[in-house]
Design a protein around this ligand. Sequence first.
Ligand code: URA
Length: 213
Amino acid sequence: MEENLQQTLFDFLEGDRSAAEAEEDRALQLATLEEKCRGCRLCRLRSGCTQVVFADGSPNARLMLVGEGPGAEEDRLGLPFVGAAGKLLDRILEAAGLKRSELYIANVVKCRPPGNRLPAADEVAHCLPYLKEQIRLVNPQLIVCLGALATRTLIGGSASVTRMRGRWYEIGGRRYMPTFHPAALLRDSSKKRPAWEDFKEIARCYKEICGGG
Ligand code: URA
């Protein structure tokens, strides 16, 4: 009996230790990937931007948000979604009960396209392996595609975000939800209500996964 109890306690602590080791290993691999990404010169974007904007948030996140590419403020500060669209995103996350620090936030391209133009197809192609590796390492169950570029890049298809949004798409064991880019909400306030519906569903699903309801 005593021995059984000891074994249970040992297994319990051992489980904790290997989980902590796995987290450490993940953070290390992400740091290595970030370093590689910072040295990347595969496309023209790097020569026109200030710095590489790799990601923000937790390497152990169960929910990942993917945007398009850094804007001026992100380029200046080195973090994704810290400009006007980011501030709106922060408000939406807070209203939905999601903590930004628990999530992982990245973009399809890591270098700011000049004048905030859409990243070109070859720029996306060069940068995509970094995003794919971020997804593999962080291993989130849920991925939110913010806007058309992230939706097309990660889910595919040619339908608009308006048509695709609000539903989960199961791909490779993960669930992807397209929704409007926060910058689109700033331009067109009629998109705010549907975006809010999407985030309520995202938060519901996230809390279910995390055992919070
Ligand atoms: N828009 C994006 O798509 N990503 C950012 O990081 C900021 C604005």
